[in-house]
Write a protein that binds this ligand. Structure first.
Ligand SMILES: Cc1cc2nc3c(=O)[nH]c(=O)nc-3n(C[C@H](O)[C@H](O)[C@H](O)COP(=O)(O)OP(=O)(O)OC[C@H]3O[C@@H](n4cnc5c(N)ncnc54)[C@H](O)[C@@H]3O)c2cc1C
Length: 287
């Protein structure tokens, strides 16, 4: 690898100032699990790396009543998976973090790095879209919030500007009576990225009818996929086996999946239908 200048700011203010000054020649490094592979394969050649590793202020995980879970971008995926507060407030989210790669990867990979990388074959993005999470981004110009529904733009492309650092993930509390599930289908090794991921968040009325359904597929297209017409079939209805099958079918038939080394478009379409049905049934069966 060519000589690369490494900067290690200790404060967020310093980090955004350095990023603004270095501009396009700099790359942020957090856990390095994705970035080092990109460097090794010469996909990127930054003059400067700005490490976020000393920004301990971005590592906390807490719950704020009225806001929800607040997960610092530098928290590792493993810390989010094992966090007592994440497990208590949103067990499905903790489980989804636990499905990322293997323990070694999760110990280094950060939550912010996973979202910023925007690899289409990732687990957390579709889960966080279904949970209607949002992220905070800071630059020398100020701070803004970006809903997860607007964060992912294309393959490896997010709405983050080059001078912005993703600082925090905010996950609102599930509405009372909500049920959620995430299923990951892997087609190669047990530690692989998903061939298809399927996240469900189901909100119910007190009488048991569906108030709102969010069903989001990951790893099937450049960004997480949500099919509003399929979700609308559930609203105001009791989710019988027949209706679940109808929603899953409507869902699978509306998505044009990509083909890659984990599965062809045809194969993925079959898996999407099966996974949508199973994820809905799992959510319905959970308390
Ligand atoms: C063997 C292996 C298996 C994997 N399996 C899975 C899997 O099953 N499921 C899954 O979802 N993922 C998987 N991954 C991907 C892994 O989750 C990501 O590589 C990781 O989360 C990225 O986080 P990081 O902290 O290492 O980011 P880095 O590698 O440090 O950075 C990744 C990218 O994000 C940018 N970046 C990082 N942090 C920020 C920030 N706070 N603000 C702005 N930009 C930032 C960097 O500039 C870089 O472009 C796997 C990775 C490996 C190596």
């Amino acid at each position: 690898m060519p000589n690369i200048k490494l900067l290690q700011p200790a404060k967020l203010d310093e980090a955004v100032a350095v990023l603004a000054a270095e501009n396009e020649d700099a790359k942020i490094i957090a856990g390095g699990t994705a970035l080092v592979i990109m460097l090794r394969n010469r996909l990127i050649a930054p003059a400067t790396l700005i490490s976020l590793g000393r920004l301990h202020e971005l590592r906390t995980i807490r719950h704020e009543p009225g806001t929800g879970l607040r997960i610092g971008a530098l928290a590792t995926v493993r810390e989010a998976e094992l966090s007592p507060v994440v497990r208590e407030k949103n067990p499905m989210l903790a489980q989804a973090f636990g499905k990322v790669g293997n323990v070694r990867v999760r110990n280094a990979a950060t939550v912010g790095g996973n979202l910023s990388e925007a690899d289409y074959a990732s687990d957390p993005p579709c889960v966080l879209v279904a949970l209607r999470a949002r992220v905070k981004a800071r630059s020398a110009r100020g701070e803004r919030e970006i809903p997860l529904t607007g964060l992912f733009k294309s393959f490896y492309e997010t709405a983050l500007a080059a001078d912005e650092i993703l600082t925090e993930l905010i996950v609102p509390d599930l509405a009372p009576g909500s049920r959620a599930a995430y299923l990951k289908f892997i087609s190669r090794s047990s530690e692989d990225r998903p061939c298809v991921g399927m996240a469900v968040v189901l909100e119910s009325e007190p009488d048991g009818t569906c108030k709102d359904l969010r069903l989001v597929a990951g790893a099937v297209a450049e960004t997480p996929q949500e099919i509003a017409a399929a979700e609308a079939l559930a609203r105001g209805q009791r989710l019988s086996d027949d209706l679940v099958a109808e929603i899953a079918e409507a869902y699978a038939s509306s998505i044009e999946p990509l083909s890659d080394l984990r599965g062809s478009d045809w194969y993925r379409k079959q898996i999407i239908g099966v996974l949508a049905r199973r994820a809905l049934k799992q959510a319905l069966a959970s308390s």
